[in-house]
Every structure is written in structure tokens, then in C-alpha cells.
Design a protein around this ligand. Structure first.
Ligand code: FAD
Length: 520
């Protein structure tokens, strides 16, 4: 300790101006003496979500001094949450839990046909679900804080704004400010729901930021927007027993395979979700009875009363809020996101990962992988680059849709129709028979190059546990999966995933892709 103190004293003399904040706190003390020459930290991460935390933890495992700034600006309805970002607090996790709650409701009814005696009435309580979900989230927030402490990563609950390319001002909730410098800075600030412009929108509508902690049951809900978040929310709300209507300007799930999207919509309609297609909301107002009157325009104008209106028309990156120009940072004029090469912005010491990247998938595992690899390249000499191609994903609609690789439309665009083959099949999950569940939307598709060895370009699957089914095939595609590999693979019977090893009918043939029996 004496040696450390005398060493620090020498550095202190040399860098008096930078070191004036040196404290006796051991942890900070050691950090300061190793870095005081130039910056407070090796790496400053703005945004404690999926990408930021992954990069911070990896950098610290390579011995780097890291600080993470995380701050949640309250939603228009005043909702805020803890560390961990969108996925943990208002995204993937609460969404999946509510989806699961909805599936369980279905299972309770199916269970009767499997011999279970379940007395009527089976009831559902929104408040209990919200409490369970929020308790889980809080436990994840807590574990995250503990992990940061154990890894000696400093956590600052402040909103970061650039002063220059190496300096960020953290603005705390109590109005205090802290100036922090770092050699490298990572932007991982993600995004927030976008509000469309129409009277009453911000005043009366909620977003996904508010839904998972909504204190009272949402009741009859209008979801404005038919991206995956809108459809998932409408799907689980209907499954939980609330009326759900989706209003969409043009098409559902833009960018996804059209055959699959049509089946997702048909299944949702069969389950009772209503769709208002080709409509744009023009006004929301509160009625004397407390209901929300929504007026819309389209081929025919109309209006309807709802208990809750949820807007899910896309997300806006939180880049402008960082005062990027102070650091010389450029952002894409249309998306408002950072354009990066190997996650490096136009300012060499400033990097970005996650939802704030222009033209990259907005998914948690993408942010995490990019963050980890970046730390490895910066601080551990690895060369590996993030591969943004063939990232699998799943829409957690009532009947899930999982996919990886190209859609049929993209494959045709890229290779032309006569150079690709599309194999497809409807299938009947064994467990659907006894409760006589609807099998008519259980469908899959494999898109390959026509020429041998028929490299697989895309795989699409609608059915239960679609994410679990598609994940393994995503690894196979990374490893160069061909159609012959699929044919050579012996399936696990009776599963739904085995259907990919049985598919043999091409769209081109015009043959009926409906199965004759389950076991031939
Ligand atoms: P985030 O996780 O958003 O983290 C950014 C953090 O930075 C936030 O805590 C934010 O408050 C903070 N911050 C912002 N600005 C500042 C600042 N200036 N200073 C300090 N802190 C700041 N992805 C999936 O892979 N699967 C799913 O099933 C899935 N479902 C989703 C469902 C919903 C409803 C939503 C909204 C998203 C879903 N996503 C899903 C997307 C996923 O949540 C995001 O892709 C992921 O969280 C992005 O991580 P990130 O690190 O870029 O940003």
C-alpha cells in the first residue's frame, strides 16, 4: 500500500489538474493511479442495456476500467424502470412472459380434453400477472447491479450528453452533473417508441413502455401499428381475454415473408383479433364515460370506442439526445441512427452497438454479440467481426412465426425466380389432435438455390415454439446447410421440428402440400 501511495503521489504531482478528484476509496484510488495520465476510464458506455452491458462486462474481463451510464427518461405516461435496458424492462422479457400467460390460458382449456378436471369458472387477474412480471424484472435489475459491482464496473444513473469526443456529462435525476472522460466511448442508447402525430395521441395513448406495468387491466384495446411488437401485444391481450383490434396503414410485418405473414394474420383473426387495414388514426379523445374515442381515416372514415389505445408504430433511436455534434458524430439523415464500420463511428474512438445502428436488426442477441466482439477486438486482440446476416428471429404471435435467412421475395429479388426452389408443407402437430386445435396455419417453407447442392437461403416456420424450432436450423445455415443435408437428417418423432427433415414438395410443382398422415 505504501508503494502504491508513493507511486500515486508522483503521478499526482505530474497530473495535478486531472487528478484533483483522487480519493482514498481503494477501488477508485487504484483506478486513478493507473489512468490519471489521461482519462478517467478506458471505456465509457452510454446505455446500460443489452449491447452496452455486454461490452462493458467483456471489457472489464480484459482488465479495463469501465463506467456505464444508464438513465431512463420517463414515458409520456410517467413510466420508468431500472438498469438493463429495453429487453429486460419493457421488451423481450415482459413480452415473452405475457405471451406465456396467454398460451397458458389456452392450455387450461385444452387440458380438459386430456382428462384434467378443471372447475369453471377459470378466471384471470391482470394485476397478479403484472406483479409477477414486475417482480421478475426487479430481480433481473438487482442481479445486473450486483454483476457490475462484482466486475468493478462503475454504474452511474445519469443521462449522458457529449461535451467532446472524449468527454461526457452525466446529468443525474437530482440535477447534479458529473464530467467523465474516457479513452473509448461506446454508444448503446437504443431507442424508444415513436408517437404518431395526431391530436390526443401523447395525452391518451400508451406504448409498450407502459403496457407491462399497467396498473389496471387494459380492457378493449386498439393497437395502432402492425409491426411485430403491435401484433405480439394484440395477440397476448386477446389470449388473456381482452378484445383486441389492430389498426394498420398498409401491411403487417413489413420485411417478413408474405406467405407466412398472411398465415399469422389469418390465425390471429381466427383467434378473434380484429384488423382495421388501410386506416390511419386522426384523433383520440376521452369520452364522458371514460372510454377513448378513436377516429380514423382511410378508404372509409370511421370511429370506435376503446378502453386502451396502444401505439406501436416503430421506434426512434435516442441519438439526437446525446448532442452528437459536440463530439463531431454524424448520424443518418433518415433513420437518425449511427452509421458504423465494424461498429466504429466516424469519430475513431467512439463506437456504437445495438438498436442505434443504422441498417442493423433491432434484436437483443445482435446487440449483445456486437458488444462482446467489439470489446474483444479493442482490448483482447481478436479479429472477429459481427456477422449481421442470417440472424434468426421469432414473432411471438399466438401461433409463433420463426425464421432465418431470406424471405421468398428477397430470394427472388436477389437470385431471380428460376434460380431458387421453394419447398413447403402444412403439418399437424400431434398434440393438436385431442383438443382439436386449428392446424390450418401450421406451415413451413425452405428456400434454396435451385442448383445442386441446393444451399439453403431461408427457413420459415409457423407453429408452437417456433423460436425453439428455428434456432438450431439457424446454426445449420451458418454451417452451410444444403437441402441434401436436411433430407439426410433423421427427424425426432413425434416433434414439429422434424417436419423440416420431411419437406419435399416444391411450390413449382403445384402439388398439394397438405399432409396425408402424421407418420408416413
Ligand atoms: P437498450 O436495451 O434499449 O438499452 C439502452 C439503454 O440506454 C436504456 O436503458 C436507455 O434508457 C439508456 N439510455 C438511452 N439514452 C441514454 C443516455 N443518453 N444516457 C444514459 N442512458 C441512456 N429483441 C429480441 O431479440 N427478441 C424479442 O423478443 C424482442 N422483443 C421486444 C419486445 C418489445 C416490446 C420491444 C420494445 C423490444 C423487443 N426486442 C426484442 C428488441 C430488444 O429489446 C432491443 O433490440 C434491445 O434491447 C436493444 O439493445 P440496446 O443495447 O441497443 O438498447
Amino acid at each position: 500500500m505504501f508503494f502504491i501511495r508513493s507511486l500515486s503521489s508522483k503521478i499526482f504531482q505530474k497530473n495535478r489538474n486531472v487528478c484533483n478528484a483522487l480519493t482514498n476509496n481503494n477501488k477508485r484510488f487504484l483506478r486513478k493511479i493507473s489512468l490519471c495520465g489521461q482519462y478517467d476510464f478506458d471505456l465509457l458506455v452510454i446505455g446500460g442495456g443489452s449491447g452496452g452491458l455486454a461490452c462493458a462486462k467483456e471489457a472489464s474481463s480484459f482488465g479495463k476500467q469501465v463506467v456505464v451510464l444508464d438513465f431512463v427518461i420517463p414515458s409520456e405516461k410517467g413510466t420508468t424502470w431500472g438498469i438493463g435496458g429495453t429487453c429486460v424492462n419493457v421488451g423481450c422479457i415482459p413480452k415473452k412472459l405475457m405471451h406465456q400467460a396467454s398460451l397458458l390460458g389456452e392450455s387450461i382449456h385444452e387440458a380438459r380434453s386430456y382428462g384434467w378436471n378443471i372447475p369453471e369458472p377459470v378466471t384471470f387477474n391482470w394485476e397478479s400477472l403484472v406483479e409477477a412480471v414486475q417482480n421478475h424484472i426487479k430481480s433481473v435489475n438487482w442481479v445486473t447491479r450486483v454483476q457490475l459491482r462484482d466486475k468493478k464496473i462503475e454504474y452511474v444513473n445519469g443521462h449522458g450528453v457529449f461535451e467532446d469526443a472524449h468527454t461526457v456529462i452525466a446529468k443525474m435525476k437530482n440535477g447534479k452533473e458529473r464530467r467523465i472522460t474516457a479513452k473509448d466511448i461506446l454508444i448503446a442508447v437504443g431507442g424508444r417508441p415513436r408517437y404518431p402525430e395526431f391530436p390526443g395521441c401523447k395525452e391518451y395513448c400508451i406504448t409498450s413502455d407502459d403496457l407491462f406495468s399497467l396498473p389496471t387491466a387494459p380492457g378493449n384495446t386498439l393497437v395502432i401499428g402492425a409491426g411485430y411488437i403491435g401484433l405480439e401485444c394484440a395477440g397476448f391481450l386477446k389470449g388473456l381475454g381482452y378484445e383486441a383490434t389492430v389498426m394498420v396503414r398498409s401491411m403487417l410485418l413489413r420485411g417478413f415473408d408474405r406467405d407466412m405473414v398472411n398465415l399469422v394474420q389469418a390465425e390471429m383473426e381466427d383467434k378473434g383479433v380484429k384488423f382495421l387495414i388501410g386506416k390511419i388514426p386522426s384523433k383520440v379523445s376521452k369520452q364522458p364515460n371514460g372510454k377513448l374515442l378513436v377516429e380514423w381515416e382511410g378508404d372509409e372514415n370511421g370511429q370506435g370506442e376503446f378502453d386502451t389505445v396502444l401505439v406501436a408504430v416503430g421506434r426512434k433511436a435516442l441519438s439526437e439526445e446525446l448532442n452528437p455534434s459536440a463530439a463531431g458524430l454524424e448520424i443518418h439523415p433518415e433513420s437518425g441512427k449511427f452509421i458504423t464500420v465494424a461498429e466504429q463511428t466516424n469519430i475513431p474512438n467512439i463506437y456504437a452497438v445495438g438498436d442505434v445502428l443504422h441498417g442493423r436488426p433491432e434484436l437483443t442477441p445482435v446487440a449483445i454479440q456486437a458488444g462482446k466482439l467489439l470489446a474483444g477486438r479493442l482490448y483482447n486482440g481478436i479479429q472477429d467481426q459481427m456477422d449481421y446476416d442470417n440472424v434468426a428471429t421469432t414473432i411471438f404471435s399466438p401461433l409463433e412465426y420463426g425464421c432465418v435467412g431470406l424471405t421468398e421475395e428477397e430470394a427472388i429479388n436477389r437470385y431471380t425466380e428460376d434460380k431458387i426452389e421453394v419447398y413447403h408443407a402444412y403439418y399437424k402437430p400431434t398434440e393438436f389432435f385431442i383438443p382439436q386445435k386449428n392446424v390450418k396455419h401450421c406451415y413451413l417453407k425452405v428456400i434454396t438455390l435451385l442448383e445442386a447442392p441446393q444451399k439453403v437461403l431461408g427457413m420459415h416456420f409457423i407453429g408452437p415454439q417456433a423460436g425453439e424450432v428455428i434456432q438450431g436450423y439457424a446454426a445449420a445455415i451458418k454451417a452451410g446447410l444444403t437441402f441434401q443435408h436436411l433430407k439426410d437428417t433423421v427427424g425426432i418423432h413425434p416433434t414439429i421440428s422434424e417436419e423440416f427433415t420431411r419437406v419435399g414438395i416444391t411450390k413449382r410443382s403445384g402439388d398439394d402440400p397438405t399432409p396425408q398422415s402424421c407418420c408416413s
